[in-house]
Design a protein around this ligand. Sequence first.
Ligand SMILES: CC(C)(COP(=O)(O)OP(=O)(O)OC[C@H]1O[C@@H](n2cnc3c(N)ncnc32)[C@H](O)[C@@H]1OP(=O)(O)O)[C@@H](O)C(=O)NCCC(=O)NCCS
Length: 171
Amino acid sequence: MRTETTVIREKTAADTEACVALLRRVHARDGYPLYLPPDDEAGFLRPDHQRAAWVAEQGGRIVGHVALHCPRENPTLSAAAAATGLPVDRLALVARLFTAPEVRRQGLGRALLRHATARAPELGRRAVLDVGQRLPTAVALYESEGWSRAGELRISLNESTVLDLWVYVSP
Ligand SMILES: CC(C)(COP(=O)(O)OP(=O)(O)OC[C@H]1O[C@@H](n2cnc3c(N)ncnc32)[C@H](O)[C@@H]1OP(=O)(O)O)[C@@H](O)C(=O)NCCC(=O)NCCS
């Protein structure tokens, strides 16, 4: 996306600090991610299986983030594989989507989602994702883009943290 003031471009290592700062604000305000590892926020934003990531920038300020992840094994990918009939290695997870609270409802989240979704076929993959069942705003975005709910998951991260997720597949 490129308007007068907003650019979506590939994320670089130099963006790490700004992305972590934005993620902290989103976590405090929206409860996303449901679990943010306190000692490894940067790692949360750049896991080894991240194949591509983009940021949205306005006047030199990072105001949004999205990534494509291709882990070899993952419960969301397994559920999406069962729903689509595609093998896991033909799927990519749209992940780490968030926008700055002060730019919400201006189309940026939709633009980032479309950007990542459109890149998945270039990797020979179909975009899928999971979303916390307690994140109705994100669910509304995915459904308004024609994504289909393909399953649900309950993942226990540790004794006190359980994630209830919907699995969605791109149109
Ligand atoms: C979900 C999120 C990325 C949307 O970002 P955004 O920049 O506001 O997105 P958009 O302006 O493109 O809105 C797209 C659609 O999302 C839905 N939506 C966004 N905010 C909404 C709200 N407050 N209430 C209901 N629907 C909402 C609407 O369908 C909206 O389309 P519309 O404005 O044409 O009605 C943003 O709210 C966010 O960062 N949330 C916290 C992080 C998160 O939950 N990420 C998802 C992880 S799976």
